[in-house]
Design a protein around this ligand. Structure first.
Ligand code: HEM
Length: 509
């Protein structure tokens, strides 16, 4: 009797499963949504779980499958499913242009959701009219004259980095240090972004601080969370040890930003005059982003304290990891291509000679080769390897209709390695960006800072910062690949990083 009942239960479950599968099979054949997305090429998918198993590996596998294997197999547009959710990914410049230049596809995709507890509705994440008004409000913070006033900070922090590397080199035999340069670069860019956005020095390069440790740790924690599909569920996550640590880190991060905002508000409220004297922080003639936000807040009527905190936290995140990634991959590219490093060095010699003077805005026009090397670094190693958009209204991409409800993935990394636009794509060749070479190239074939209305607001800031830091470093140090060094393992954790660090030989020139 028991066996009979068991058999009955199993038969019932089996029948239910069979009916659900048949139902699903019929549904995907008659629903206009599935008819549209199934016209787009892509890998075979299973009912309910889609292609989840194909991309269940580590972050380096995700980068390889999404940005190398499938684009090579299916071309400039393909679709896949995570569970039942459809992703349409694009690397063709023509389609990138349609998406990035449109005002209708400005809403972000779900990959950013896990940043919401930290960044709230800051500029990176928010959408619609809120995004439009914030973008308008924040754009003046990146005015040419304000950026130029930050060059002093870039120079000061680059000098500190040089001093630290000098000490490290001196502690190795023959003054040649074999080190992972990435943590040094991250701390330098953290110091820079903190001073320029909040008007506060955190001395990440020279001192230990809870805030800096929390910024560091939360980045890694979010990667650990991203790798575990169960942890993506906020309720499950909140009960885990990782979730609890996340809570504690958020307290430290938000607490720090709130206290800086509070102090700065006090300073500003003591000023009757509109002209602010920036000597309270020891920083003259600079307008940190925070001042702009406090002025625009109109005593909380336009922006609440939390809105201000969200924007500041957003700039902290977007402004340091992206730049550190560029600096790291640049030094790696220089070490791996000594001929290019030599050319940059010659250019620096003819601009600065043996002088140890600060980098100036006027030097930029003399450093054209350095600029091409930065561009080529961002081509092979784009700091942001992919960008997401949610499709809120059907959109036509060439012969394919992408229906509302899909997520669009723009594959910057794959686009930059397309041999049609960049022959021998893995060869580091800065000359691709010489003016004559770039003529006729599709403008959306190269989009390291994205493009269109939702492009990177900090693009000019990032380029000015990297030119200052990199020219200062290369004037003083030589970078080489250690004879037995392992190749970096590239991975996509929203930012393009090396899983095993960027290990180089560093020595004084
Ligand atoms: C090498 C350095 C950098 C690269 C490659 C880079 C790249 C990008 C990309 C591709 C986007 C678009 C993301 C998307 O659409 O999902 C973006 C957005 C953004 N970036 Fe950057 N970024 C860099 C540095 C910076 C810096 C230094 C700042 C701030 C000082 C910054 C602030 C932002 C902000 C706030 C957004 C959101 C803009 C919006 O949605 O309106 N970025 N960045």
């Amino acid at each position: 009797m028991f066996l009979f009942n068991l058999l009955l239960v199993f038969s019932f479950i089996g029948l239910l499963l069979l009916l659900t599968c048949i139902g699903w099979w019929v549904y995907v054949r008659i629903s206009p949504f599935h008819i549209a997305v199934n016209r787009i090429p892509g890998p075979k998918s299973l009912p309910f779980i889609g292609n989840t198993l194909d991309i269940a590996g580590g972050l380096q596998d995700i980068l390889y499958i999404l940005q190398e294997k499938w684009p090579q197999q299916f071309g400039g547009i393909y679709r896949f499913f995570v569970g039942t959710h459809c992703y349409v990914t694009v690397s063709s410049p023509e389609m990138m242009e349609i998406i990035l230049s449109s005002q209708k596809t400005i809403d972000k995709g779900s990959s950013y959701d896990q940043l919401v507890p930290w960044l709230g509705q800051g500029l990176l994440i928010n959408s619609g009219d809120l995004w439009r008004s914030r973008r308008k409000m924040l754009t003046p913070a990146f005015h040419f004259s304000i950026l130029n006033s930050f060059i002093e900070v870039f120079n000061e922090q680059s000098r500190i980095l040089c001093g630290i590397l000098d000490d490290v080199c001196a502690s190795f035999a023959e003054g040649k240090a074999e080190i992972d340069v990435y943590p040094f670069l991250t701390k330098c860019s953290l110091d820079i972004i903190c001073e320029t956005t909040m008007g506060t020095r955190i001395n990440a390069q020279t001192e230990d601080s809870d805030y800096v440790n929390a910024v560091y740790r939360i980045g890694r924690l979010l990667v650990e969370r991203f790798q575990n599909p169960f942890m993506r569920n906020p309720t499950i996550f909140s009960f885990t040890a990782l979730g609890k640590e996340h809570e504690r880190l958020l307290k430290t991060l938000h607490g720090f930003t709130e206290s800086v905002i509070h102090n700065r508000r006090e300073v500003l409220s003591q000023k009757i005059n509109d002209e602010i004297d920036h000597t309270e922080t020891g920083i003259k003639n600079r307008l940190p982003l925070l001042d702009l936000l406090l002025k625009a807040s109109n005593n909380g009527e336009v922006l609440s304290s939390q809105d201000i905190r969200n924007e500041i936290d957003t700039f902290m995140v977007e402004g340091h990891d992206t730049t550190a990634s560029l600096l790291g991959w640049f030094l790696y590219s220089m070490a791996a291509n000594p001929d290019c490093q030599k050319k940059v060095w010659n250019e620096l010699q003819s601009t600065f000679g043996d002088s140890e003077r600060y980098f100036k805005q006027q030097d930029i026009s003399n450093l054209k080769y350095l600029e091409c090397c930065i561009k080529e670094t961002l081509r092979i190693y784009p700091s942001v390897p992919g960008v997401e958009r949610t499709v809120v209204e059907d959109i036509q991409l060439g012969e394919y209709l992408v229906p509302a409800g899909c997520t669009l993935g723009l594959l910057v990394y794959a686009a930059h390695r397309n041999p049609k636009f960049f022959p021998d794509p893995l060869v580091f060749n800065p000359e691709r960006f010489f003016p004559d070479e770039a003529i006729g190239r599709h403008p959306y074939a190269y989009v390291p800072f994205s493009a269109g209305p939702r492009n990177c607001i900090g693009q000019r800031f990032a380029l000015l910062e990297s030119k200052t830091v990199l020219s200062t470093l290369l004037r003083r140090f030589k970078f080489e690949i250690a004879p037995n060094a392992k190749q970096p393992i590239l991975s996509d954790n929203l930012i393009l990083k090396s899983m095993n660090g960027i290990n180089l030989l560093v020595s004084r020139r």
